[in-house]
Design a protein around this ligand. Structure first.
Ligand SMILES: Nc1nc2c(ncn2[C@@H]2O[C@H](COP(=O)(O)OP(=O)(O)O)[C@@H](O)[C@H]2O)c(=O)[nH]1
Ligand SMILES: [Mg+2]
Length: 364
C-alpha cells in the first residue's frame, strides 16, 4: 500500500519525507528503507507488537509497513503541463491514498509560490489541478460512451448518466470522493476509472514549533473549511521534528520532543493515520521464531487474511484459531488462553478483527 505526499512547492513535503525516513526518534526499532530518492518504506508504529514481543519472546519481530512517496512538481497549471506537468500525475495515480501537506507556518525566509501564507487557497489550487485531470478522464470516457448510448444501449445510457454527474461535479470544483453514488454504479462505472480525487485524503498542517500541540489560526481555518469532507486533519511541526530526528541519542530526542509538548513524534501519528486512511488493519501471528504484524483490508475474511501470508494458505484454508489481542495480554500466553477456553475456532466466513492473534490450519 502506498501513500503519496502532495502539496505546493515549499510547503514542507520533502522535509516531511525526510522526517519519516529518519524517524528513528519513534523508537530504537524504526528502520526505514529508501527504495528511490523519493520512495520509502516505513514501519507502522504499533505498541501491541512490543507487548506481544514481551510475552512471547520471539527471535524477531516484523512490523507492518506503508510505502510513502514524495511527489514533487504539483503547481498551478500542472494539469495543463506547467512545472513537471503530467509527470507527477502518474505517480499520484499509483498511490492508494494522499497526504496533502498545507503550509501553516509563517516564515519570511521560506518563499511561498503565491506570495503569502494561505492554506485554504493552496488546498484549492492543488484540488483544482487534480480535479482538472479527473475531468479529462471523464471527458475521454464520455465521448466513447455517448456514441453507444445513442444507439440505444441501456447500459451505456446508465453509464452516461453517471459520467455526466461526475463531469458536472468536477466542473463545480468538487472532488469525486464527495459524491454519493449507489454502490453498484460506483463499482461498475466510477471505481475502474481510478480518479485521483477519489482517493482518500488526509490534510497535514505543517506548523511552527510553538503550534505543534494545539495548532494555530491557519489550522483552525483548514479544519473549518474541510469539515464536510470527513477527512482527517493532522497537525505536524515538520521542520522542528526533522531537526529533532537528526539527533543520534534517543533520550535526547525524547527530551526535545517533550520541550515542544509531544511525547511521541508527530510522524508516528501520521503513519498510523495513513495506515487507517488506506483502510488497512492488522492481525498478528505469534510464535517463537517471530511475532509479526500482517496487513489486511478492513472486512477481510479468515481465508483472505491467510492469503496475505501465502496464497496456498488461502486456497487450502480449513479454519483459524483466533485469540483476541486483549485476551492474549490479559492471560499472558497462548497456553493460558486455551486453558481459560478463550481461544476461538473460526471458519471461512469469519471477518477478522483488528488485533486478532491468528493461527491457520490448511491443506496443501
Ligand atoms: N520554518 C519552517 N520551515 C520549514 C518547515 N517545513 C519546511 N520548511 C522549510 O521550507 C523549505 C521548503 O521545504 P521542502 O520540504 O523542501 O518543501 P517541498 O517543496 O514541499 O518539498 C525548506 O527550506 C524547509 O527547511 C517548517 O515546519 N517550519
Ligand atoms: Mg520537495
Amino acid at each position: 500500500m502506498k501513500a503519496g505526499i502532495v502539496g505546493l512547492p515549499n510547503v514542507g513535503k520533502s522535509t516531511l519525507f525526510n522526517c519519516l525516513s529518519n524517524a528513528k526518534a519513534q523508537s530504537a526499532n524504526f528502520p526505514f528503507c529508501t527504495i528511490e530518492p523519493n520512495i520509502g518504506v516505513v514501519n507502522v508504529p504499533d505498541p501491541r507488537l512490543a507487548k506481544l514481543e514481551e510475552l512471547v519472546n520471539p527471535e524477531r519481530i516484523v512490523p507492518a509497513t506503508v510505502e510513502i512517496v514524495d511527489i514533487a512538481g504539483l503547481v498551478k497549471g500542472a494539469s495543463k503541463g506547467e512545472g513537471l506537468g503530467n509527470q507527477f500525475l502518474g505517480n499520484i495515480r499509483e498511490t492508494d491514498a494522499i497526504l496533502h501537506v498545507l503550509r501553516c507556518f509563517d516564515n519570511d525566509n521560506v518563499v511561498h509560490v503565491d506570495g503569502s501564507v494561505d492554506p485554504i487557497r493552496d488546498k484549492e489550487t492543488i484540488d483544482m489541478e487534480l480535479q482538472l485531470k479527473d475531468l479529462e478522464t471523464v471527458e475521454k470516457k464520455l465521448e466513447k460512451v455517448k456514441r453507444a448510448a445513442k444507439t440505444g444501449d441501456k447500459d451505456a445510457q446508465k453509464e452516461e448518466a453517471v459520467l455526466l454527474k461526475l463531469k458536472e461535479t468536477l466542473e463545480s470544483g468538487v472532488s469525486v470522493r464527495a459524491i454519493d453514488f449507489d454502490k453498484e454504479a460506483y463499482l461498475e462505472y466510477v471505481k475502474p476509472l481510478q480518479f485521483i480525487t477519489d482517493k482518500p485524503v488526509m490534510y497535514v498542517c505543517n506548523v511552527d514549533e510553538g503550534s505543534a500541540v494545539s495548532g494555530n489560526h491557519y489550522v483552525d481555518s483548514v479544519k473549518e473549511f474541510v469539515k464536510d469532507e470527513k477527512a482527517e486533519v493532522l497537525v505536524l511541526a515538520v521542520g522542528i521534528e526533522a531537526d529533532i530526528n537528526e539527533l543520534d541519542d534517543y533520550d535526547e530526542r525524547q527530551m526535545f520532543l517533550q520541550d515542544i509538548g509531544l511525547n511521541e513524534p508527530g510522524s508516528a501519528k501520521l503513519i498510523r493515520s495513513a495506515y487507517k486512511l488506506l483502510n488497512q488493519q492488522t492481525y498478528f501471528t505469534a510464535g517463537e521464531k517471530e511475532v509479526r504484524a500482517w496487513t489486511i483490508d478492513i472486512g477481510a475474511t479468515g481465508p483472505q487474511a491467510a492469503g496475505v501470508i501465502h496464497t496456498d494458505f488461502e486456497k487450502g484454508f480449513i479454519r483459524a484459531e483466533v485469540i483476541s489481542y486483549d485476551d492474549y495480554v490479559s492471560y499472558g500466553s497462548e497456553a493460558k488462553v486455551k486453558e481459560a477456553g478463550k481461544m476461538r475456532i473460526e471458519g471461512k466466513n469469519y471477518i477478522v478483527k483488528d488485533g486478532d492473534v491468528m493461527h491457520f490450519l490448511f491443506n496443501v
